[in-house]
Design a protein around this ligand. Structure first.
Ligand code: SF4
Length: 196
């Protein structure tokens, strides 16, 4: 397995969405995703990336005064992220990861896994998620959405995230959550706050 990762960007900011909204974190955005969703807001990460060794990545992450890392993409499970997650844990980092959950992956060193299902999702990976984040727009299939509801009773945070923060999508999420109060809202607060 390759011990290099193709990295799109590393930056220090706040987690903008999901249950850990507001925490400071260093983001490690890996390049590439084969899903090609029409509403993807990280298309710039599909093809642009630099090859970095695990050590190069650790060195760059450790420049920042924070020990929360969010491994995101693109789609991290399309690369060999697990050994890096182990190294991060050994160095005292709290490791979060965001994945589309399309394939099952070794997440044994991930402290907080967010799965955001898109065109298809691997059920085993979904079962490992601490949070499920579903992007909701006007064309969302509400029957399919309901298939994620049982995960909430098993203790997983099931969050509805209005597509592109659009008001009509926010209104739809609020309506669904009021009808199903075990769900929660995830706004992309980094976009509202105009931060990266
Ligand atoms: S799965 Fe995520 S990163 Fe991949 S294309 Fe869809 S929205 Fe973009």
């Amino acid at each position: 397995m390759n011990s290099m990762l193709k990295v799109n960007e590393i930056f220090y900011s706040l987690q903008g969405e999901g249950p850990y909204t507001g925490i400071a974190a260093v983001f490690l955005r890996l390049a590439g995703c084969s899903m090609n969703c029409s509403f993807c807001d990280t298309r710039y990460a599909f093809s642009h990336g630099r090859d970095m060794t695990y050590n190069d990545i650790l060195k760059e992450l450790e420049q920042y005064p924070c020990r929360n890392v969010i491994i995101t993409g693109g789609e991290p499970t399309e690369q060999n992220f697990a050994p890096l997650a182990r190294l991060l844990k050994q160095r005292g980092w709290t490791v979060h990861m965001e994945s589309n959950g399309a394939q099952n992956a070794d997440v044994s060193d991930i402290d907080f896994l967010v799965v955001s299902p898109k065109k298809h999702v691997n059920k085993e990976m979904l079962a490992k998620a601490h949070a499920i984040k579903i992007v909701v727009g006007q064309d969302t299939d509400l029957e399919e959405l309901k298939t994620y509801f049982p995960y909430a009773s098993a203790g997983t945070a099931v969050c509805l995230q209005p597509q592109s923060n659009q008001q009509e999508n926010i209104d739809l999420c609020v309506k669904i959550i009021k009808q199903n109060p075990f769900l929660r809202l995830s706004l992309q607060t980094h976009k509202l706050a105009h931060i990266k």
